[in-house]
Design a protein around this ligand. Structure first.
Ligand code: ZN
Length: 463
């Protein structure tokens, strides 16, 4: 028997509406008891961990991660990507299919699931491509992807432009009870834009990526969800108009949903003009949530670690994303962890690939902008990383109910720390948050009853 008893923590389990000081007993990889009977039921040989002062919650799920394996393992692989996830407090992640080859066949799904079983430190759920080779032209074999075990379909990184093809994808997805996740980008509007179209792209002389390029596809997806009855999920929302569209559609009962990533609700396009400009303008509201002695990180203008797709938008858009998260329009938080090699990012802004890493900073940034600003309770923030993604993708995860898989995250919402990207477990170092003083940190992660990460020595040791 393998038993682990966590004592003295504050357990927050949104699935069971529990928020109270309580003990938690794990036996043989499953949750065995929560609360008063946990300690008495613990076998004598159980390992005991004192987690006083810490939050104990269901293992966090990140439903938008690029693991880059197969084919792009100079950027990341399953071992390093899942190590970064564990370090960030995540016990499950959902990986995107834009690998090389793309995950568009049952064989590739099987390969990833095998690799994840061998090298993965946390649970890995696989998504399949909507179209063959993510080319947006011909549907992938959606039924056989489902049988191979994908939890959703998406062409993430790309967006199907042909609405008739998207309709067929939604119809198949509905038939196979899969969620369609979509990277919302209208190519004819966005063309070769590299940053938000607004004041700063004009000032900096960079080509604009207008908000309408996202909103157009969000509107299309709402119509498709309504037409077909399929669950359609809009990935990494960045624009105010997208939030308004989804809010209105949800009121009508359309099966549409959305997610937001911390960079879109922490940063703005002003950051591309450099650290000084950012802190003097759109960075000001952050001063209230950053720890008091924080040294303000600086970065040059045209720093490619601030280039992602969709791009950082205006302060008004950032506020709209925060409002959408606060009122429940946006149910899910995730990272869009998108590792790239230094040599790829160390080029002119126009030529750098889109994307940043995020697994190790997202919990802190979410806590800072949502919990420490009093927009949401801790339980509500946790729900966006547990019950909400589990519900969307039908994962049997995200709860501390007795009998559930013992995936547990332990974190301290008030711990202040400095993120050093060089110490990251990810293979890639393309984060805009290097040297930021953050508030809130994962201190432990347990996957299927096994400790996979423990920050503090006392959490690592047996008492
Ligand atoms: Zn994307």
């Amino acid at each position: 028997m393998n038993a682990l008893l966590l004592t003295g923590g504050r357990i927050i389990d949104p699935a069971n509406r529990l928020d109270a000081p309580a003990d938690l007993l794990i036996v043989d990889g499953k949750i065995s008891a929560v609360g008063k009977d946990a300690a008495p039921k613990a076998p004598a040989e159980a390992e005991r961990l004192d987690v006083k002062g810490q939050i104990v919650c269901p293992g966090l799920i990140d439903l938008h991660v690029h693991l880059r394996e197969p084919g792009q393992t100079a950027k990341e692989n399953i071992a390093t990507g899942t190590a970064a996830a564990a370090r960030g407090g995540f016990t499950s992640l959902v990986c995107m299919p834009n690998t090389a080859p793309a995950i568009d066949s049952a064989g590739t799904v099987a390969l990833i699931r095998d690799r994840a079983a061998q090298a993965g430190i946390v649970n890995v759920f696989v998504t399949g491509a909507i179209t063959k080779n993510i080319a947006g032209e011909e549907l992938a074999p959606i039924g056989s992807l489902k049988r191979a075990g994908v939890v959703a379909i998406t062409d993430d990184g790309h967006c199907i432009q042909n609405n008739e093809l998207m309709r067929r994808a939604c119809e198949y997805a509905k038939m196979f009870d899969l969620t369609v996740m979509d990277h919302c980008q209208d190519y004819s509007l966005v063309t070769d834009g590299v940053m938000h179209e607004g004041y700063w792209n004009t000032a900096l002389g960079l080509r604009g990526w207008p908000s309408a390029g996202e909103e157009m596809i969000v509107a299309r997806n709402i119509l498709m969800a309504e037409l077909t009855g399929a669950r359609v999920h809009c990935q990494h929302l960045s624009a105010a108009g997208s939030v308004a569209l989804i809010r209105e559609a949800k009121k009508r009962g359309v099966p549409i949903s959305g997610e937001a990533c911390p960079h879109h609700f922490v940063l703005t396009d002003a950051a591309i003009a450099g650290g000084q400009k950012f802190w003097a303008t759109d960075g000001k509201p952050l001063l209230e949530v950053l720890p008091r002695q924080a040294t303000f990180p600086s970065w040059p203008n045209y720093d490619t670690n601030f280039k992602m797709n969709p791009p950082l938008r205006s302060a008004k858009d950032r506020e709209a994303i925060l409002e959408g998260l606060t009122d429940g329009t946006i149910e899910i938080l995730c990272s869009d962890h998108a590792p790239h090699c230094d040599y790829e990012k160390e080029v002119e802004f126009d030529y750098a690939p889109f994307g940043i890493t995020g697994l190790e900073t997202e919990l802190a940034l979410s806590l800072m902008q949502l919990y420490h600003t009093k927009r949401l309770s801790l339980s509500d923030v946790i729900a966006k990383y547990t019950t909400a993604p589990a519900r969307l993708l039908n994962l049997k995860k995200g709860t501390l109910s007795v009998g559930a898989d013992a995936d547990v995250t332990i974190f301290n919402p008030d711990q202040e720390w400095v993120f050093d990207v060089q110490a990251s477990a990810s293979k890639s170092k393309n984060s805009p948050f290097h040297n930021w003083t953050l508030k809130g940190r994962a201190t432990g992660a347990i996957v299927n009853g096994k400790k996979v990460f423990a920050e503090q020595p006392e959490l690592a040791g047996v008492q």
